[in-house]
Design a protein around this ligand. Structure first.
Ligand code: AP5
Length: 191
């Protein structure tokens, strides 16, 4: 099994690239954002509680996403590994993921960080807001807050992973196909 984190601020292309990379490398794509939106769409109690937090661009509690990921890891069989998208988002989530994987004889093999200019992030999210039903795309103040939360709570994971020797920055500017090729080139070294 080989396990990757795809990492970067809101709008950096994590979701877009994960779908293509998971297919190419036979990985299971685990997106905590997608899982939480599915809870909201199904009208579960958890979804109702989390939707208020997500609509403000804040992070949901660590224990909620850690539990979701643990359930998925244990219920998935027959793949080459996992591609974690939007998780972990705090150092505490990172430590929990490492433990979860270690307990099952696995590890985080590489953290791929998409580097994208701030103006390009905002441009992509504003463009998606015109079609998407995502409430967190529609209000520019919420988009700004998501980017601020990334800087304050999520970016510190980069230093944590750099010290572990698994950090790999990737240029996230340009066409979707060019970025995909850059990511695939890095991942091929591990698969
Ligand atoms: P999440 O769903 O993870 O959203 P996000 O991190 O804000 O990321 P986005 O989905 O906006 O961007 P992305 O990097 O995936 O880019 P995408 O490919 O979509 O999280 C949502 C919320 O859930 C969080 O705010 C939080 O509340 C909660 N949450 C989730 N996980 C959590 C966790 N672990 N802990 C706590 N809370 C959690 O692309 C964006 C747009 O750009 C698309 O329209 C796409 O078509 C376009 N695009 C992509 N690439 C390009 C390109 N190269 N050129 C032009 N356009 C492009």
């Amino acid at each position: 099994m080989v396990n990757f984190l795809i990492f970067g601020p809101p709008g950096s292309g994590k979701g877009t690239q994960s779908v293509k990379l998971a297919e190419k490398f036979r990985l299971v794509h685990l997106s905590t954002g997608d899982m939480l939106r599915a809870e909201i769409a199904s009208g579960t109690d958890l979804g109702k509680r989390m939707s208020t937090i997500m609509s403000k661009g804040e992070l949901v509690p660590d224990e909620v996403v850690i539990e979701m990921i643990a359930v998925k890891i244990d219920s998935t069989k027959g793949f080459a590994g996992f591609l974690f998208d939007g998780f972990p988002r705090t150092v505490a989530q990172t430590v929990a993921l490492e433990k979860m994987l270690n307990d099952r004889g696995m590890k985080i093999d590489r953290m791929l960080v998409l580097d994208v200019d701030h103006d390009e992030l905002v441009k992509r999210l504003i463009a998606r807001a015109e079609q998407s039903g995502r409430p967190d795309d529609k209000d520019p103040a919420v988009v700004d807050n998501r980017i601020d939360v990334y800087k304050s709570k999520t970016e510190p994971i980069i230093n944590y992973c750099r010290e572990k020797g698994i950090y790999q920055p990737v240029n996230g500017m340009g066409s979707i196909d060019d970025i995909f090729a850059r990511l695939a080139e890095q991942m091929k070294k591990f698969v």
